[in-house]
Design a protein around this ligand. Structure first.
Ligand code: PLP
Ligand code: COI
Length: 341
């Protein structure tokens, strides 16, 4: 497969329009058969449900070129399941999971020339999403929807690649108890924009959100879960019903336990404990694992012993093992790697 002539090594995390996208419409209680199209624009009625009451949700996953030149994607069934769960919570129709995986395969195949070559450090990001399309003016769910998947080649989510990040503990809450923090609803991101702009303006890379009820426990950032490493090399991640169940984080916990032989624990993590950890990382499809060097709590600096110049040793092993699995260098657990043929 001839690749596009892009500057793969220097590509950022942005939108580059590729050739084909997948579209399926829902009307009269059923999804149509779906098509690949070259039309990158969506034309909507002025009163569409998504425009009025933000009835929209999304997913994110990546396609990679392996060391032996195959095109693969990572655990698309998990994204299918999470979008299914999200749609239910938002009173949207569910997109059948096997059709989701099939659409992922179709759209990668159709844009294979945009899947960055092995070793470039870039990948093809897929954005499946769904939104209410028919006019809705009373507050109620739409009855017509569109499901789409577009692709865009991407590099690192955080500028500076693997340079450790500085976070601030946010005064804003990301998700309410019994709210929508555990699903991938567009509204969670809309309400985080002011918080992220404020953090950036104050010189921070990202926010650390605390639990809204007590503001004592660590939740996540706007787009990634946390992993911490204790001084005796245990990998710990926050347990909360209001954070997004990250596929990367769940995979890394398996990698830590099964591949690296480390003890792992999912539990509540208190803000007061932060200074006890040896390493901290943000994990997600976009973030992969991005190391955190410093967390600032209203002027009080918590400096991770792993420092501000490179990833901590356990974070690095986790990163190398996960990306090794994704790039076909390390044998994957059953079902994690789906080849695009
Ligand atoms: N948390 C939030 C709020 C996210 O938006 C994402 C991105 O998808 C993640 C965590 C990481 O999830 P995943 O590893 O499934 O990409
Ligand atoms: C992803 O990691 O896929 C996400 O959706 C995070 C997003 C905030 C870029």
């Amino acid at each position: 497969m001839e690749k596009k002539n892009l500057d793969w090594a220097n590509i950022g995390f942005g939108y580059v329009q590729t050739e084909k996208r997948y579209v399926s419409n829902y009307k009269d209680g059923a999804w149509d058969e779906g098509v690949l199209t070259e039309d990158a624009n969506v034309v909507l009625n002025e009163c569409a449900g998504v425009l009025q009451y933000a009835q929209t949700c999304f997913e994110g996953l990546k396609a990679y070129t392996t060391v032996d030149g195959r095109t693969v994607t990572f655990r698309p069934d998990m994204n299918a399941q999470r979008m299914f769960d999200t749609a239910k919570r938002l009173e949207m129709p569910t997109f059948p999971k096997e059709r989701f995986v099939d659409a992922v395969k179709q759209v990668i195949k159709a844009n294979e020339s945009y899947v960055p070559p092995f070793g470039s450090g870039a990948s093809l990001y897929l954005r499946p999403y769904m939104f209410g399309t028919n006019p809705v003016i009373g507050v109620k769910p739409a009855t017509e929807y569109q499901f789409r998947i577009f692709t865009t080649p991407v590099g690192p989510y955080f500028k500076g690649g693997v340079k450790p990040l500085t976070l601030c503990i946010s005064d804003f809450d990301r998700a309410a108890p019994n709210g929508t923090g555990h699903i991938k609803a567009g509204l969670n991101y809309a309400m985080s924009l002011h918080a992220i702009v404020s953090a950036h303006n104050a010189g921070y890379d990202e926010n650390m959100y605390l639990d809204a009820a007590t503001r004592t426990k660590v939740e996540e950032t706007g787009g990634a879960n946390f992993l911490f490493v204790t001084k005796d090399n245990k990998v710990v991640t926050p347990k909360s019903s209001s954070i997004l169940p990250s596929i990367t984080r769940r995979s890394l916990m398996v990698v830590a336990k099964e591949y690296l032989g480390l003890e792992v624990e999912e539990r509540e993590i208190f803000k007061e404990e932060l200074s006890d950890f040896a390493e901290c990382g943000l994990c997600g499809t976009a973030a992969v694992i991005s190391p955190v060097g410093k967390i600032v709590d209203h002027g009080k600096e918590i400096c991770l012993p792993s420092g501000m110049t490179e990833m901590g040793p356990i974070t690095k092993k986790l990163y190398e093992t996960l990306t090794g699995i994704q790039m076909g260098k390390i044998e994957a657990p059953e079902g994690w790697i789906v080849e695009i043929k």
